[in-house]
Design a protein. Structure first.
Length: 380
């Protein structure tokens, strides 16, 4: 029985993981649970390449004890303490694996299978001004709406409270959870039940959207050798730079006003891969000297203001540049920027984009630094 369920979990993970409408850059996570054990995707492992033995087995009794404990108020201290307890909840023999940061949330949903993703279509709703109202109109009591919340312990706690309230009110647990500025959790006791919920959510939102981003007319210069690429690469200390332009991007980079919908992060994934501060630079065409001067000034101002180098630089009337340590990360920056472009177009149907609250952006930026530090220290 358990063997079949883990096979099912592997299959559904691969299927959603390989579908770019649901998962990009390995985001999202999945789980299966029985009475005693939760099988959760490992942190940093890819859904599309899921293998039965890669899921982390967690002791559900130990996980449930986390809710009884008091944790420090200070976010950094709190997340560290919760993480330590989560690590201690790994079943014996699983010490080499690291469970997903959303483990607690998976555990508290009372369904055998849980699939969490960040689909652009769904985020068109969750990252919009009127998303909550639209979700209520479209789905009524079928869904739970969770306002924008920092990931980790606080998010799990909020979902737990919302789930308790929902269950009391409707006499059954909520199977579909919309997370504002983040994504969706779906739970069911069979994988076909998960598919059914997802299908209904996607079909229903599709009936309301006004338009899709026009990604045709794509020009992507992988070997980015033009003047702007060289200037950006040198500003970033020799980093890799990639260029992207398509019809939608051509419209967005016309001026800072049209760039507005993609000028700040909509979800945590955007921050992690494309950075929290996409740079928009207004440069005149042609004159390389003037272009260099303006790019340099804008770059320095941005670094001074945020303490971070941009991962996305948009240049007026030209296109968007992804900047990363290697080609792959520069490409990922563009991939996640493109996701933001899609989400922004969908969000037009729901009153336009709603950016992540700045305090939540800061939290992710600090969190990323922490994760990086622990990786360097060999803890991660
Ligand atoms: Zn997520």
């Amino acid at each position: 029985m358990e063997f079949t369920s883990i096979q099912d979990l592997t299959a559904i993970s691969r299927r959603y993981g390989a579908d770019p409408d649901y998962v990009i850059a390995g985001g999202g996570n999945t789980s299966f649970k029985d009475e005693t054990t939760l099988y959760i995707k490992g942190s940093g492992s890819s859904l599309a390449e899921a293998e039965p033995e890669r899921f982390v087995r967690m002791d559900r009794r130990l996980l449930s004890q986390i809710w009884e404990k008091a944790y420090p108020e200070e976010p950094g201290e709190r997340e560290k303490a919760v993480l330590a307890d989560m690590m201690a909840a790994r079943v014996k023999g699983e010490e080499q694996k690291r469970p997903s940061v959303e483990t607690l949330l998976h555990d508290l949903l009372p369904f055998a299978f849980v699939v969490h993703t960040h689909p652009a279509l769904v985020n068109g709703l969750t990252c919009s001004q009127e998303g909550e109202q639209a979700a209520a109109e479209l789905f009524g009591g079928e869904i739970i709406w969770i306002p924008s919340t920092n990931p980790g312990y606080v998010l799990s706690r909020r979902v737990k409270e919302a789930m308790d309230t929902y269950t009391k009110r409707w006499g059954r647990p909520g199977a579909i959870i919309f997370l504002q500025n983040h994504g969706i959790f779906v739970g069911a006791d069979t994988t076909s039940g998960v598919d059914e919920h997802y299908r209904r959510v996607m079909e229903t939102i599709k009936t309301r959207i006004k338009r899709r981003a026009d990604l045709s007319g794509e020009v992507s210069v992988y070997d980015c050798s033009g003047a702007v690429c060289r200037i950006l690469s040198s500003l970033a200390g020799g980093k890799a730079v990639r260029f992207l332009r398509n019809n939608e991007i051509a419209f967005l980079v016309r001026d800072s006003r049209s760039f507005f919908p993609v000028s700040a992060p909509l979800s945590p994934d955007h921050i992690v891969y494309a950075g929290s501060d996409p740079l928009f630079v207004d440069v005149p065409a042609g004159d390389v000297g003037e272009i260099t001067r303006r790019l340099e000034a804008a770059w320095k101002q941005q670094v001074e203001k945020t303490g971070r180098e941009p991962k996305i630089a948009a240049v007026r009337d030209l296109g968007v540049f992804g900047i990363g340590g290697v080609d792959k990360t520069a490409g990922l920056a563009l991939e996640l920027f493109t996701d933001a472009v899609k989400v922004a177009a969908y969000a037009e149907a729901f009153g336009g984009v709603r950016f992540m609250p700045p305090s939540h952006v800061d939290f992710i930026n600090t969190w990323e630094v922490e994760q990086y530090r622990s990786k360097v220290a060999g803890v991660n």
